[in-house]
Design a protein around this ligand. Sequence first.
Ligand code: ZN
Length: 248
Amino acid sequence: MAKAKEPERPERPLTGKQAAFVAEYLIDMSATQAAIRAGYSTRTAAAIGAENLTKPQIASAIQAAQAKRAERLEITADALVRQNWELANADPNELIQFRRVCCRHCYGINFEYQFTHAEMTRAFRIWEAKQTKNSKEVFDRQGGEGFDRRKPPRDDCPECNGMGDGEVFLHDTRNLSPAARLLYAGVKQTKDGIEIKMHSQQDARSEVAKLLGFYKEKESSVDPAEVARQVREEMRKMDEADGLDQAA
Ligand SMILES: [Zn+2]
């Protein structure tokens, strides 16, 4: 009596074998092969596979898994767009800079040659060693000390006239921003020095355009967004086919 009043539960939990069938079916969408791999006998696999697909709890488990899969594909496509966009907009100056820095005279006293502290000490010792008791010469400090090559050139410097010295500066690649990290493609020691390699920002821009469907790409290359769309279309067709089977 009580049993009859209880509302019919639309879905029973899957048995272990049914769950295995669902997992296997998602691999190649072959009901027969999935039944065999799930442990049903080869002789009855075709019949059981087809029957399994019509069971509501199995059908809905497959549908749920397929929906999740489609979602994952979309997320992957989104992530690819974001990543390529970041790479396309990364600033190469974060990796390598050509910059013009002050010359030795820009910040020297009276625009004379400026030393670093260590250079000044060394120059003084060399001078000192040459002195005799009768020397009347005074050590020439020239532009003084405190040279710092990070400072910008001075326009009023009579030596460089604001041009300074050209310098190539490579950043420490361990501390890059996420965008610069995407751009960085490694370092190569060549006979002419160090070469910083970068991924192509032009390619990244094209990739974004492709992923967003700005232009139709060649069939040979893979477009995750298009793949996701096709997968959803296939699933829709399968759902329709399932509906027809059940109605028949
Ligand atoms: Zn200068």
